[in-house]
Design a protein around this ligand. Structure first.
Ligand SMILES: NC(=O)c1ccc[n+]([C@@H]2O[C@H](COP(=O)([O-])OP(=O)(O)OC[C@H]3O[C@@H](n4cnc5c(N)ncnc54)[C@H](O)[C@@H]3O)[C@@H](O)[C@H]2O)c1
Length: 336
């Protein structure tokens, strides 16, 4: 599939790494984003059109998606605390507009719709390998609506409108639109700038995926033939580590990258939240040939370089790095 692709939420954390990758591959791209976190992080490029608009505006979306072969749907209130801040807003974006949007894309002649769900749809499981067949037990509204949208999308699969659902692990690493509210990124930020990392619990497992691998996966999903995807669902993760192991990695890599700074202390603190997730990414490797190439350490190293290059100023305090803080500021501005 070589044609134009529209990316909803393309100005976000994942989008800002994915968009340049697709442009470099020669693809024409339209980003359709409400710009909650600004639009200054996307490159200017003759093959990139940036549209500041809301996915709840189905008529606008229908107009913008005309002429596109594929849609990658990333737009979202994309974590639990931001969703819970205004559950009505969260539902309207993450669920209510989903089916009208899918229908509009299909009717506009889009041939492939790629949906970013989340591995959080499984909830907590003691299973050592959570495969795609594992029952879904979402624990929060954010995860519940992700799962409900999956069901909607599966109903639209057809030979002329191919769909695929990806359940990514937590993404890590540097993006020009940075999120420092994701586990590896949080630990690295604390290790670099606080020299002290507090770990709550520590035995909980968290699956991770390097942001460059995440972007390469979406690029691959545009290339694969229809019959490889055809309404299917895939986990996408790489390494499953405990929080304690992630903190230790952050300490080791940051100390090696920034030897001039003081040693980093890891402090363990008790917690009631010992939820573990252990996601299997065997199916996507076997069926689609997708094998992540970068480790969590690579992501931490990339972040250290971004810090050293001054690309992440005021990283402990600036609200733009933390979705919930930005959304809180927007909500209070609206009600003022
Ligand atoms: N980052 C992760 O670790 C991770 C893990 C699993 C799944 N995902 C999913 O991947 C997708 C991308 O995640 P991200 O980390 O880049 O999130 P992000 O919050 O950085 O980006 C989401 C983008 O969606 C835009 N948006 C929000 N509401 C919109 C609306 N009404 N209309 C148009 N645009 C809107 C925002 O402005 C933002 O640019 C999300 O759907 C998320 O749920 C992310």
């Amino acid at each position: 599939m070589k044609g134009k692709v529209l990316i909803t939420g393309g100005a976000g954390y994942v989008g800002c790494v994915l968009v340049p990758l697709l442009l470099e591959a020669g693809r024409e791209v339209a980003v359709y984003d409400i710009m909650y976190y600004g639009k200054g992080n996307l490159p200017s490029h003759p093959k990139l059109k940036v549209v500041k608009a809301d996915i709840r505006d189905t008529a606008r979306l229908a107009a913008e998606v005309k002429g596109c072969d594929a849609v990658i749907h990333l737009a979202c209130i994309s974590n639990d605390p931001s969703f819970e801040l205004d559950a009505g807003l969260g539902k309207s974006i993450n669920y209510d507009c989903f089916e009208p949007m899918v229908k509009a894309c299909r009717d506009a002649g889009v041939r492939r719709f790629i949906y970013a769900s989340s591995s959080s749809v499984y909830g907590v499981s003691e299973s050592p390998e959570v495969t795609e067949e594992h029952p879904l037990k979402p624990l929060t509204d954010y995860s519940r609506y992700k799962a409900l949208c999956e069901d909607i999308l599966r109903r639209y699969q057809s030979p002329s409108f191919g769909t695929v659902i990806i359940r990514p692990a937590t993404v890590c690493g540097y993006s020009p639109r940075m999120r420092l509210d994701l586990s590896v990124n949080i630990l690295t930020n604390l290790a670099v700038n606080n020299r002290r990392v507090t770990v709550f619990g520590g035995s909980q497992k968290r699956p991770n995926l390097h942001i460059a691998d995440m972007a390469e996966l979406y690029a691959l999903l545009l290339e694969l033939p229809d019959d490889k995807l055809a309404g299917d669902t895939f986990n996408a993760g790489y390494q499953n580590h405990t929080i304690a192991q992630l903190a230790e990695m952050a300490r080791r890599v940051v100390e090696a990258e920034m030897p001039e700074k003081a040693p980093i202390e890891i402090v363990a603190s008790p917690t009631d939240d010992l939820r573990s997730y252990h996601v299997s990414s065997g199916k996507i490797a076997a069926r689609l040939g997708f094998r992540p190439k970068r480790s969590v350490e690579d992501a931490i190293r990339d972040l250290c370089r971004a810090f050293k290059a001054g690309k992440l100023p005021d990283s402990l305090t600036d609200p733009r790095y933390f979705n919930v803080k930005t959304m809180k500021a927007l909500t209070s501005a609206r009600s003022a």
